[in-house]
Design a protein around this ligand. Structure first.
Ligand SMILES: [Zn+2]
Length: 215
């Protein structure tokens, strides 16, 4: 599996999702996270990947699908997460981090929920895409956590326990995991702490770091 993932890296440092050639910063994060967990980052050119990720950064502080593409909260998570795994967050200045976090904090709507781009509806899954990068930069207090928590809990189905994209909609697995992950980052009582870079239980991460010397 490690060789398959490594073989998807392109000359410019990005990754295609498969042999058909679609390129997207989400594929880059997925490849880097996979190779990190397998301790096989040495199979690829990580410097080139870092260069490519930095090219996805926009003047407004956000990151896009590919260089020059519109800023989107999910892309901020995958790009910042990639830099975090590769231990290259210091390539962003304090001012750049502030601008990124300002853009993320602007995602909170009146309802308390977060959206992915300006003028879009709030959606529980952005509780992960937005909060993860704010947590990596230690600026979780830039949004109103109590209001977001209430928004997530209102989207929970009282009968089956699952969480929907927003109150009144049908619950699904995707929004349930990102709702719970968001609540964990907000410090919700009795929830396992989640690691904002890997989206895995934080207690697993020291083991990964220990195992993977390049982290
Ligand atoms: Zn969603």
């Amino acid at each position: 599996m490690d060789l398959v993932v490594a073989s998807l890296q392109l000359e410019d440092g990005s990754f295609q999702g498969d042999q058909y050639g679609e390129i997207d910063s989400r594929f880059v994060f997925t490849a880097i996270q996979t190779l990190s967990l397998l301790d096989r980052l040495s199979l690829i050119n990580t410097d080139k990947t870092v260069e490519w990720i930095l090219r996805c950064k926009n003047f407004d502080g956000g990151f896009g699908l590919v260089p020059g593409a519109e800023s989107h909260a999910a892309q901020i998570f995958v790009c910042v997460g990639t830099l975090s795994i590769l231990n290259k967050l210091d390539l962003l200045s304090a001012e750049e981090k502030d601008t990124t976090c300002w853009w993320l904090a602007e995602r909170q709507t009146k309802s308390g929920g977060l959206n992915g781009r300006p003028e879009k509806l709030p959606d529980v899954c952005y509780s992960w895409w937005v909060l993860s990068a704010l947590a990596i930069f230690k600026r979780l207090d830039w949004i109103d956590g109590d209001k977001l928590r209430a928004f997530i809990l209102a989207a929970q189905n009282e009968d089956d326990g699952g969480i929907a994209d927003r109150e009144g909609d049908e619950a699904d697995v995707f929004h349930t995991i990102f709702g719970i992950a968001g609540l964990s980052l907000l410090g919700y009582e009795d929830l396992e702490l989640i690691d904002p870079t890997y989206c895995l239980p934080a207690k697993m991460i020291p083991r990964i770091k220990n195992f993977n010397k390049s982290y």
